[in-house]
Ligand binder design. Structure first.
Ligand SMILES: Nc1ncnc2c1ncn2[C@@H]1O[C@H](COP(=O)(O)OP(=O)(O)O)[C@@H](O)[C@H]1O
Ligand SMILES: [Mg+2]
Length: 309
């Protein structure tokens, strides 16, 4: 395994337990997502894996190197694009790439390929301080690849970008998957992003991993379709009982506030709606839709990822 995390834990001075003993493995060439709202512990996890934050306990290995005991070797195997900007704003884009190549003792001829791959040709000779958010991100990712890392860490790569630029950047990141040898660990609080980019996703909530699987398998657990009932205040338990009795709602049905969410496995949406009618339950609205990762998160934590983010 390229990344091996065992019982990894971080308690910050002052007592915040940001990461509570997490475990996961990431294989060579895999794109692995840490998905969770702000404060879930994603950046702290990346910090520990990139040796900038000392774990309180537990271990993490990168390409076989223990991040606490062999930090220099672990760092040499990886590159990171942090959530906060790190490029030198006084330099041009090319200057940043060349500086990085010198720091790593890498031949500069790789830079030309990266400039092309990341669509930087038109801007690379301008000072970075004039770059838009999306341009800066592309430069940062190109810079991280100068050293040909075995593991690339991307912490919230699209945060703060407008939707069109965000999608352009997602295409760029999706293109990294073609580099089959490189392992990528990406954090995000955007569900669509995790679903689109990642081979597997760990859903993080308050310092713990509450689910870990491929996007397909995470969604599969929620059946073919979801029926959502908006009910009068406090009515959700009363509505759920008859649906459970008829086997339409299973153990995976859940309520949040006045919304009852029912993953359908054996029944159709029409059957579910008919049963609600027959039970005389007063609803404000009924809708049917496909399951999303937000449902997975909601069911596990009772909170909406979209709202929490
Ligand atoms: N340097 C720090 N000192 C104390 N608490 C911190 C520090 N950095 C992060 N935290 C806390 O740790 C928790 C996890 O934060 P973080 O890892 O940044 O989450 P995420 O990246 O998922 O938003 C939060 O409660 C945050 O306030
Ligand atoms: Mg973060």
């Amino acid at each position: 395994m390229t990344i091996e995390v065992r019982q990894l834990r971080k308690v910050y001075p002052g007592g915040v337990e940001a990461v509570r003993g997490i475990n996961f493995d990431v294989g060579a060439g895999e794109v692995f997502g840490l998905l969770g709202p702000n404060g879930a512990g994603k950046s702290t996890t990346i910090g520990m894996l990139t040796t900038t934050i000392a774990p309180t306990s537990g271990t993490a290995r990168l390409a076989g190197f223990d991040v606490a005991r062999e930090p220099i070797a672990a760092r040499a195997a990886s590159s990171v694009v942090f959530q906060e900007p790190v490029v030198d704003r006084g330099f041009s884009g090319r200057g940043n790439l060349e500086l990085h190549a010198r720091l790593w003792g890498v031949a500069g001829d790789r830079i030309g390929d990266l400039i092309d791959a990341f669509g930087l040709a038109g801007i690379v000779d301008r000072p970075v301080e004039g770059y838009s958010g999306g341009e800066r991100r592309r430069l940062e990712i190109a810079r991280a690849l100068v050293s040909e890392p075995r593991v690339l860490f991307l912490d919230e790569p699209t945060v703060g970008l407008d939707p069109r630029i965000r999608h352009e950047l997602l295409d760029v990141i999706a293109g990294l998957r073609a580099q089959t040898e490189m392992t990528v660990l990406v954090t995000t609080h955007y569900l669509d992003e995790a679903e689109r980019l990642c081979d597997r996703i760990a859903i993080m909530h308050e310092g713990e991993i509450v689910a870990l699987d491929t996007p397909e398998r995470l969604l599969e657990g929620l059946g073919q379709a979801i029926v959502e009932l908006r009910l009068e205040n406090g009515n959700a338990p009363a509505a759920l009982a008859p649906l459970r009795a008829q086997g339409i709602a299973g153990d995976d049905a859940f309520t949040v506030g006045s919304t009852l969410t029912i993953p359908l496995h054996e029944h159709t949406a029409a059957q579910a709606i008919a049963a609600v009618d027959a039970a005389g339950v007063r609803t404000r609205s009924i809708s049917t839709r496909e399951p999303t990762l937000d449902d997975v998160y909601l069911r596990l934590t009772g909170a909406s990822l979209a709202d929490a983010a």
